[in-house]
Design a protein around this ligand. Sequence first.
Ligand code: PEP
Ligand code: MG
Length: 592
Amino acid sequence: MTAKPHAPAADELELKGVGVSPGAATGPVFLLASEDETVVEREIGAADVPRELQRFTEALSATREQIREVQLRVKETLGAESAKIFEAHLLVLEDRGFLDEVTRAIATTRRNIEAVVRDVAARYAQSLAELNDDYLRERAVDVRDIGRRLLRNLTGHSGRTLANLESPCIVVAHDLAPSETAGLNKHKVLAFVTDLGSPTSHTAIMARALGIPAVVGMHDVSLRLAAGDPVLADGSQGLLYLRPTQQRLARYARRDQARRTIQSRLAVLHDQPAMTRDGYGLILSGNIGLPGDVDAVLANGATGVGLFRTEYLYLNKLPDEDEQTAVYAEVARRVAPAAVIIRTMDIGGDKFLSHLKMPQQVNPFMGWRAIRFCLAQPDIFKTQLRAILRASVRGNVKIMYPMVSHVREVVAANQLLAEAQAELAQRGVPFDPDIEVGVMIEVPSAALTADLIAPHVKFFSLGTNDLVQYTLAVDRVNELVAGLYEPTNPAIIRLIQHTVAVGHEHGLWVGVCGEMGGNPLLAPLLIGLGLDEFSVNPPAVPLVKDVIRSVRFAQAEELAQAALRSGSAGEIVEACRRLCGQTAPEILEILD
Ligand code: PEP
Ligand code: MG
């Protein structure tokens, strides 16, 4: 999605992106810079040249060591062939052309080594990129990568930090990693805006969980804005206004007020059940990433946790069995008697953890992720399973495996679960022997073989974020194809319907825990398709509950039947919108 500038008012500039977390905020821009932008340029004297060259030599050798280390890790995990790509990186560090140019530039331009490396690497990469030779063109990427690594070693830090924000601001970045979003200070970050990203990237999901408005997929916004620029970010419409007018600010303030009024009205639903007008009851739970998110689950009136994304516990280190047990037990205790569905770690995809020795992968969402990683690392996996089992005596705990694509993965995971149970029994540690196990249905092959998987589990939960990505072959974090990412595509509706039907035939309950479930507009459609449970971002609970309570089951069923006959995602959304306009018009108002 390209940020298209047009100027509705004299000095105001409107930029368009993708709104991924609702709400609006206004404030000054804080530009989260990348390594090469954080370089401070200094003039140096002739006497300083040898010292700067010495720093360069040291940075070269530190970089060489780091690359060798990565290469070794890749060799251990993926084999010698894969590790060979790092040879090209090592060659850049010995490339005479590159090294001579740095040495020459430092003597002639008399600037500090960071500034020289930044400029020489950029120039050198650019000239390689322009050559008419595939091999040399590819080297341009290596040179850029090495340039960044050298800068990181020269400046001694990654250059990126959101930890020490002094005053409230709108964070603007080229991209944010889920780990950076997870660490955001809600009181200082009013909104965030990124060049890359899409609605179901984990960065966007975290923003929604934190209740921070966010606009992503803005192409080159981080280059267009300067630190301190006054902006208004609208995460509902996917808009960013640079130098917003007084009228614009006043209009947004009024809208904000209306939103708050509806939300406070919805607060009365807190203890009401998620039930249609004619008495069809559903479970409406909350999704969490960190144990503290339980506050939002309870505050918004959700029934327990339908998805605990445990991988966030692994962001900085590998937590041991006791640490994990304490976290799971605390969540179980807080939501009891309602359930907490603990999803075993879904590492990989856009949740890359360098300390787990995971290799960089060209296509990480299709790669060594989630259950694939866990089955290959049984010690790490069994530690988590034992911790979940130990917590199971403290509340209503269920286990869920992510990214299952084949029944044999479920069988293998259950086998490791049985081993974990036997190990605990041998240690005399209590656990719930009847703990329920379910799988996420988020890969088309799992949906299509749901009948083969069903005998091994007690429930299915549709992970629509991935199901859409894998079914439609649309990368969920690529803003260039965000327009093709359609949760209501007929292929998805059919897969959901099939999964629910097969699940029910086998006596399983079927839920949805992808972002699709948190879109209030789509709730009647999902009810009509037969879902028994919704697990959504906690802030979305009151809206979804209101829509559920405003519709009759027969209306939902009719909508689902029409959707199953429909040929287009847009038509299905329109039908959902029409029904919502009839049953809950005030919700439609704040969604628009
Ligand atoms: C999903 O894929 O829909 C899901 C809930 O899992 P995640 O977003 O963590 O991949
Ligand atoms: Mg998923």
